[in-house]
Design a protein around this ligand. Structure first.
Ligand code: AMP
Ligand code: TRP
Length: 333
């Protein structure tokens, strides 16, 4: 492992994972696991920046771990862990908070959007969330961080904070690079194909979850928004159909042209029926493995315990350096 480059990424256990998360993020993480020393974290500390019901948060944290593994992340190769298990995340976040300017946090578009949505319940954690995210990344001296577009601004702040600390004290943190997915596909909402498919969407017909059963998948695809053109084309004028062709292609491996040719002269009914089958078959092994893992809590527990142990060692080393350079005296016993 020694000289492999380090990758860090995380997903919040704030909702169930969709096929957008699967096709856009987790499947790419799987491709990286042989080449890099990967840390994939379930960021529960981040999740409580918006109100959570404790028992749902508990269930989803375990489910996200099981879905990571069901999608192909191998705990023998990568470090899988829960953020709150490694207290160095919260500790470094405090130090970084004290080096982050209000103006920088005020500029974050995600904060602006989220605060608009929940004006009555704004908490300070939502505002300082990017400093916690910087702490996640910098503790592991990550070289690269695979994230979607929406996280680029947060990553930029992590780079600025790393540079600021290195300049104020001495070289301590590696400067992380963003790693935007090669495939670049964005899976869109089935009910509103102009916005991205999201686990926090209000309309459950807009997304398909990794753990949706075949009946649910068929129903959601049947209800997916199309248009009045009536032909299966890969065109910006038909955003609903275009999105469904993308999903079809990502699951089946067929190219857009092949799919368009296959449905020439057919209506949307046949295309949608087949698409539902392609998704069901594509997700079947993932869902089955997920259910198997969820019925083996001892194994999951072992994975996250081992993950936290390994993460803790690395994180403590960085945190000790930071504390020393900051001027905190070391406890002697
Ligand atoms: P989020 O669900 O927004 O916390 O995102 C978790 C990860 O999944 C990020 O790396 C996103 O870029 C990716 N992701 C989320 N939704 C989609 C989508 N609809 N299409 C592609 N990638 C997505
Ligand atoms: N903020 C990210 C999101 O909402 C999740 C996240 C937290 C993260 N810490 C991270 C992603 C560190 C990459 C690296 O999707």
């Amino acid at each position: 492992m020694g000289d492999k480059k380090v990758i860090f990424s995380g997903v919040q256990p704030s909702g169930d994972l969709t096929i957008g998360n699967y096709l856009g993020a987790i499947r790419n993480w799987v491709d990286l696991q042989d080449e890099y020393d990967c840390y994939y974290c379930i960021v529960d500390l981040h999740a409580i920046t918006v109100p959570q019901v404790a028992k749902d948060l508990r269930r989803r944290t375990l489910e996200v771990l099981a879905q990571y593994m069901a999608a192909g992340l191998d705990p023998e190769k990568v470090t899988l862990f829960v953020q709150s298990h490694v207290s160095a995340h919260a500790e470094l976040a405090w130090v970084l908070n004290c080096m982050t300017y209000m103006g920088e946090l005020n500029r974050m578009t995600q904060f602006k959007e989220k605060s608009r949505k929940s004006e009555a319940n704004l908490n300070a954690g939502l505002f300082t969330y990017p400093a916690l995210m910087a702490s996640d990344i910098l503790l592991y001296q990550a070289n690269a961080v695979p994230v979607g577009d929406d996280q680029k601004q947060h990553l930029e702040l992590a780079r600025d904070l790393a540079n600021r600390f290195n300049n104020r004290y001495s070289d301590t943190f590696k400067i992380p690079e963003p790693l935007i997915s090669k495939v670049g596909a964005r899976i869109m909402d089935l009910q509103d194909p102009t916005s991205k498919m999201s686990k926090s969407s209000e309309n459950e017909n807009g997304y398909i979850l990794i753990k949706d059963d075949p009946k649910t998948i068929k129903r959601k695809i049947k209800r997916a928004v199309t248009d009045s053109i009536g032909e299966v084309n890969y065109s910006d004028d038909q955003p609903g159909i275009k999105n469904m062709i993308t999903i079809y292609s990502k699951f089946s491996g067929e190219s857009y042209e092949e799919i368009v040719n296959k449905y020439k002269g057919e209506g949307y009914g046949k295309f949608k029926g087949d698409l539902a089958e392609v998704i069901i078959e594509g997700l079947r092994p993932v869902r089955e493995r997920f259910e198997e893992l969820m019925s083996n809590k001892d194994y999951l527990e072992n994975v996250y315990n081992e993950g936290a142990k390994k993460a803790e060692r690395v994180a403590r080393k960085t945190l000790s350096k930071v504390y020393r350079k900051t001027g905190f005296i070391k406890r002697k016993y």
